[in-house]
Write a protein that binds this ligand. Structure first.
Ligand code: NAP
Length: 493
């Protein structure tokens, strides 16, 4: 039974968050990094109860959850490290010049205010209550209010308690972090509308993300919404690779498509190639691989029902044929892997086939001509990832198509499969709309912090009153751009 946090309590928590922001914005990057490392330690120390609770609530295997817990603590630590380097503070200093009237100008980034985080159902640790959005918002200097995902409320509470314990240990204001619960859209909408909330981070359905985006933009004071909503992550396969390794490629594709019952936002839902012997071999291998995939329960009943509904809709479209599927009856909420095929022409004409089916469902698109592949590339909606399966000669021969693909995604892979998102600086997890609401940012990797800062410039302020990041002495010993040159020393004035 999920408790509905009342509007009165939400108002109190938001007010506490607004007050905590006044505290947090004056903490140094080192202090915030220390807090983040302490949260990582606290999560690490949580016993098996965390894993068994999450397993019961999500059906995700214990081994996967153990890996996700390690990823989560790794995120807090790597984001802490990044915050401590000062790269998100981006300090810039222009010293007075004889030919300039403005005098001394110094700019750096500060937090933006209380952030609401909507956790994802498919990553109960790494993208939920104590996930990357919470870590990056706090790292940037913002209090966080988490709207717990209704599919794993107990897991969410364990994580929330861990963060709250660290807030108490640091003797920081309670409003730095709070946790609200409920099962209706009302709570989320109320949070996004609240005047003290300054940004929203969301991972989930297109409907949910877009609804929150619309609410945020209709406010008297519009606020940014960083929503990661979904993607079909197309794979474009070329002739040389299909001729040389069609079977191997089909095995890689089947494994990626069905990994975690297909419940990844980077699931490769569409495979596009030219008709021919290579593609036939690829399809024949899928016919062997897919039926052998053991069906497993999906995350929650709603996701299972959505999967069944969207899969059936896609299968029922004209000129769509099932080529491989798991034939057993669905037991409980088991997601049964299915792959269909259609023509390039039909894929271009029927927009239903370009909609995400969240789960283990793939479409193989057999094109008549290279021009048809280009047309598909040109009309694709924004994607988190696109994969080019090919050889070097394939890339040379298909420059025109690949050029279009660059406009359509946040991460362009050369071979390999898109599932598995590394938490590193050079990762981009965010692409053009509708995969996200703001393609300029990533929700994975330390650069996720950038979403929650804004610049402020100080003109002619005495050194004593400047923030540490901008003082002459450079007490934090961070890299700064001083009169156009990168400099990590102190200023000898
Ligand atoms: P969801 O329905 O989008 O819900 C995510 C969170 O947003 C929940 O806390 C939900 O709370 C809230 N929410 C949803 N719609 C809202 C609205 N209109 N106004 C305010 N709050 C709203 O996602 P889900 O339950 O995880 O899964 C449903 C579908 O989302 C899946 O079938 C899949 O298609 C997609 N999904 C995508 C990803 C991805 O990585 N992009 C991940 C998971 C799921 P309430 O339920 O309390 O309103």
């Amino acid at each position: 039974m999920i408790e509905e946090t009342s509007k009165e309590v939400i108002d109190q928590r938001i007010q506490m968050a607004a007050e905590a922001y006044q505290f947090l914005k004056n903490t140094t990057i080192r202090e915030r990094a220390a807090f983040m490392n302490a949260v990582a330690d606290k999560i690490e120390s949580l016993g098996d109860g965390l894993l068994t609770t999450a397993h019961q609530e999500t059906s995700l295997p214990l081994a996967r959850l153990a890996g996700e817990k390690a990823r989560t603590t790794g995120q807090w630590r790597s984001y802490a490290n990044a915050v401590a380097t000062g790269i998100y503070a981006e300090p810039r200093i222009n010293l007075p010049q004889p030919d300039q009237q403005k005098g001394d100008l110094r700019k750096y980034n500060v937090g933006i205010g209380p952030v609401v985080v909507f956790g994802a159902s498919n990553f109960p640790f790494a993208f939920s209550t104590a996930g990357g959005d919470t870590a990056s918002a706090i790292g940037a200097g913002n209090p966080v209010i988490v709207k717990a995902h209704p599919a794993h409320p107990e897991t969410s509470k364990i994580m929330a308690d861990a963060i709250t314990t660290v807030v108490h240990e640091f003797k920081w204001p309670e409003g730095i972090f709070s946790h609200v619960t409920g099962t209706s859209n009302d709570i989320g909408a109320y949070l996004a509308k609240h005047k003290e909330i300054k940004a929203v981070a969301f991972t989930g359905s297109f409907g949910g993300g877009k609804a929150l985006f619309n609410i945020a933009n209709q406010r008297e004071e519009p606020i940014p919404v960083f929503a990661e909503m979904g993607s079909i992550n197309p794979v474009f396969a070329f002739q040389n690779v299909l001729q040389n390794r069609a079977e191997e490629l089909a095995k890689e594709y089947a494994a990626s498509l069905t990994l975690g019952v297909g419940q990844f936002c980077t699931n490769p839902g569409v495979f596009i190639a030219l008709k021919g012997e290579g593609l036939n071999k690829f399809i024949n291998t899928l016919k062997n691989e897919i039926p052998g995939i053991t069906p497993v329960n999906m995350l929650h009943k709603g996701i299972f029902e959505n999967f069944e509904k969207l899969k059936t809709t896609a299968i029922e479209q004209p000129e769509v044929n099932v080529i491989a599927h798991v034939s057993s009856e669905a037991n409980e909420w088991q997601g049964r892997a299915t792959v269909v095929e259609t023509t390039g022409k039909n894929f271009i004409q029927n927009s239903i086939l370009s909609e995400e089916v969240f789960g283990p469902f793939g479409i193989v698109v057999a094109c008549e001509t290279p021009e048809e592949m280009i047309q598909i590339a040109k009309q694709l909606k924004g994607q988190l990832t696109i994969t080019v399966a090919g050889t070097d000669p394939d890339v040379r021969e298909n420059q025109n198509l690949i050029n279009f693909l660059k406009d359509k995604c946040g991460r362009l892979l050369f071979n390999g499969m898109p599932t598995g998102v590394e938490v590193v600086y050079a990762m981009q997890h965010g692409g053009p709309f509708p995969s996200t609401t703001d393609a300029r940012f990533t929700s994975v990797g330390p650069d996720a912090v950038k979403r929650f800062v804004r610049p402020i410039s100080f003109q002619n302020w005495p050194d004593e009153f400047l923030p540490q990041e901008l003082k002459n002495e450079n007490p934090l010993q961070i890299s700064r751009v001083v009169d156009g040159e990168v400099n990590s020393g102190s200023l000898k004035l």
